[in-house]
Design a protein. Structure first.
Length: 96
């Protein structure tokens, strides 16, 4: 916990797509991530970050999300929530 307060834990996630470009919008001051156009779907996936965790888009790299926080458990769980919201069902995951 002391390392997190001094250095802050950071997870970097990339938006990877082949045909339909995934749009990520950071709202509510970094507390909410909205994912649009995942596999061409109209549904908007809204992911709320856990307490003390902030999400932002990377300035240098295109299609990269940076999740930062002082607690490693909450930061990693927030990154896992983003990952779990985009699971591909009923398709071959090697292709989609």
């Amino acid at each position: 916990l002391f390392d997190g307060v001094t250095k802050r834990y950071e997870y970097r996630m990339r938006l990877v797509y082949a045909h339909f470009p995934i749009n990520a919008t950071i709202t509510n001051g970094g507390k909410t991530v909205e994912l649009r156009n995942f596999l061409g779907e109209k549904r908007v996936r809204v992911i709320n970050m856990l307490e003390g965790v902030k999400a932002e888009k990377s300035a240098q790299t295109k299609d990269e999300l940076v999740i930062t926080g002082t607690d490693i458990d909450l930061t990693s769980r927030s990154a896992a929530l983003i990952r779990q919201s985009c699971l591909v069902k009923n398709k071959d995951i090697r292709k989609f």
